[in-house]
Design a protein around this ligand. Structure first.
Ligand code: GAL
Ligand code: ZN
Length: 649
């Protein structure tokens, strides 16, 4: 489904319920001035649309839909179910979510519902039905926007209803209690359960929780949120089969839900992303999330459903985006596969919790830098319609997995490893090398990739281990980091020598883990140094690329490479410094025969190929000359691809 393919979308969340009908007219005029093509309408309008249970007030929304339609502006219409109205929690306090400590959360903010609550789900579905009946045939309707950012605030609920659902989910997964006991290793600490009634959510307990229980809880909670989305999607598909359905997911370093398992339910992937203007490396993280969204949709275009025109309200001090930064970061999304650039929100709210969040129209109106820059961008995107629908080629994949993320960050691991830092450490050198990557789950089909990069895949299924092995055997290349292949999907150690899942593939055995203390560094014979972690590696066929020259494992191998089948498997037993990591990645790219999008670009210039265009993004505060183009600070060039960019700048 690629409903935006004839042009790039440009727009914002539109919340007209906060404004009077006179303001709506002004909005439409300004939207046309800014080149808006699409808005996401009514995300938080449940209380306005359904002021009392079963009584709907659609008059205002009819008018807004008609105004937008008449102006030629597409509508991504929200079902409005993200924030229940006050009457729901008054009449059904059991719909309110309960946290790990047993505290029932109160209304007065948003997303205050238990994902397993049948009452919430029924009320949400019935609102979605009303919306579909009312607007299903409206010419402005182009997309359904279900809920909003599932799991943003409430990822899980520990109430008794959720506990019951959790038990059903576990019965489905394991069949009987013996299998559950085995999966959860319950002989440890006398945790064996003999009655389903004893199976509980991982509520606050005296000390460390059963890690397999924690993991299944995260899986279950992700599925519970997905079930909410699916329940609404099902009725929308039935009533309006031609209208695509999506919900917006979050590009941020929080494993709120297993998005890879949600992807098949999106007709188009929609990303919300708020790179931090104060963070000098924000654009590298953003590039990662854009690559992830494109990959979730199997390479199809996605939408950047939300970003900020300028300051973000919940991260004080609210630093505005300096001139050019909104344009640069918006182009980055388009370069990496987005077919729409949209903001939260159209008009800055006069009241409420997020009134200091930037918008397209500010508190002072439209006579200002933010509006002018947005309008200029709208006009510019209108000239790039040939980009819409274009594909972004990638020869390298970075493996990223939510179960691994959850598992790796549980307590009582040998060292403090954090997935955001670990993934960044592998992604950034590829970004600096201007090599475009896909971001894939470990069980993905890897046949299209010359090189697969695997950051710290502690938890690993048999299917993933087999897929990675076959990738290398068939001539692919692999770069894998320490503490991979250690546990199965129930967080049980793969016995018989680390790393159980990959010993044969890597041609080595890890005898012990030697996490390094804060500030402790070990030199590397290949140059540079390492910290954080040191594997005691015993080669079993792998060649040694670098050894430790100091630290607890001085003289022992730190980096190895193993020829396996027709490919190679490079293994990193530690965390090298940034330059050493870049060198190793460059070496592995050469070995795999992967060329950059454009070779020899100045540092801080990002090159991405999309369809028949080459995007050059200058993230520097100084001008550069790159690939024949002159780029001012924070400037963008979108060039036709007239030569083979691999041949040089
Ligand atoms: C998103 C959310 C929006 C708005 C925005 C700015 O997470 O979907 O409704 O809150 O952040 O904070
Ligand atoms: Zn609950």
């Amino acid at each position: 489904m690629n409903f935006l393919s004839d042009r790039l979308g440009f727009g914002a969340d539109y919340n007209p319920e906060q404004w009077s009908p006179e303001v709506w007219r002004d909005d439409i005029r300004l939207m046309r001035e800014a080149g808006v093509t699409i808005v996401t309408l009514g995300v938080f309008s449940w209380a306005t649309v359904e002021p009392e249970p079963g009584r709907h007030d659609f008059g205002w929304l009819d008018e807004v839909m008609d105004l937008l339609g008449a102006a030629g502006i597409d509508v991504s219409l929200a079902t409005g179910t993200a924030s229940p109205p006050s009457w729901l929690s008054r009449r059904h306090p059991e719909t309110l979510p309960v946290n790990r400590d047993g505290v029932r959360l109160s209304p007065g903010s948003r997303q205050h519902y238990c994902p397993s609550s049948p009452v919430y789900r029924e009320a949400a579905v019935s609102l979605a039905v009303q919306m579909a009946k009312r607007y299903g045939a409206h010419p402005a309707l182009k997309l359904w926007h279900v809920g909003n950012e599932y799991g943003c605030h409430v990822q899980e609920c520990y109430c008794d209803v959720s506990a019951g659902d959790f038990r059903d989910w576990l019965r489905e997964r394991y069949g009987d209690l013996d299998a559950l006991n085995a999966a959860w290793s319950t002989t440890f600490w006398s945790q064996r359960v003999t009655d389903w009634a004893d199976v509980l959510p991982p509520r606050t307990a005296p000390t460390l929780r059963n890690p397999a229980q924690e993991l299944d809880w995260r899986r279950f909670s992700s599925d519970a949120l997905l079930a909410c989305y699916r329940a609404e999607r099902a009725v929308l598909q039935e009533l309006t089969p031609d209208v695509p359905v999506t919900t917006n997911i979050m590009g941020m370093w929080e494993p709120v839900a297993d998005y890879a398992s949600w992807a098949a339910d999106f007709d188009i992937v929609a990303l919300d992303i708020y790179p931090e203007p104060k963070d000098p490396a924000a654009h590298i993280d953003a590039a990662f999330f854009h690559d992830q969204m494109r990959s979730l949709g199997g390479g199809r275009p996605y939408m950047m459903m939300e970003t900020a025109t300028s300051a973000i309200s919940y991260r004080p001090p609210n630093r505005p985006k300096r001139t050019g930064l909104n344009r640069l970061w918006s182009h980055q999304a388009v370069a990496r596969g987005a077919d729409a650039v949209m903001y939260f929100q159209w008009r800055a709210s006069a009241g409420g919790a997020e009134k200091f969040h930037s918008a397209v129209v500010s508190h002072g109106g439209s006579d200002n830098r933010i509006f002018r820059e947005a309008a200029a961008l709208g006009a510019e995107l209108a000239t790039l319609s040939d980009v819409a629908g274009g594909r972004v080629p990638a020869e390298v994949a970075v493996v990223h997995d939510y179960a691994n993320w959850w598992a790796l960050e549980l307590d009582a691991r040998p060292g403090e490893l954090r997935i955001p830092e670990r993934v960044r450490a592998h992604y950034a050198p590829l970004w600096h090398a201007n090599v475009t990557v896909d971001v894939v789950p470990p069980e993905a089909d890897l046949s299209a990739y010359k090189l697969v990069v695997v950051p710290n895949l502690y938890l690993c299924t048999d299917a993933a281990a087999d897929g990675l092995r076959r990738h290398v055997e068939g001539g692919g290349h692999l770069l894998m980091s320490f503490f991979s292949g250690i546990a199965d999907e129930c967080d049980r150690i793969r016995l018989g020598g680390y790393p159980g899942a990959f010993r044969e593939l890597l041609g080595l055995r890890v005898e012990e883990f030697w996490p390094l203390s804060d500030g402790e560094r070990a030199g590397l014979s290949s140059g540079g140094s390492a910290d954080l972690w040191a594997d005691h590696i015993v080669p079993e066929g792998a060649e040694v690329l670098a050894a430790y020259t100091g630290g607890p494992l001085a003289g022992l191998p730190a980096v190895t490479r193993h020829a396996y089948g027709a490919g190679t498997a490079t293994y990193l037993g530690t965390r090298p410094d940034e330059q050493a990591m870049r060198d190793l990645v460059a070496d592995t790219l050469r070995l795999a025969g992967v060329a950059p999008v454009v070779a020899g670009l100045p540092a801080g210039v990002e090159a991405v190929r999309r369809g028949s265009r080459l995007f050059l993004l200058n993230h520097n505060d100084h001008p550069v000359h790159a690939a024949g183009a002159d780029l001012a600070p924070l400037d963008v060039a979108v060039l036709p691809l007239r030569h083979d960019p691999a041949k040089g700048a």
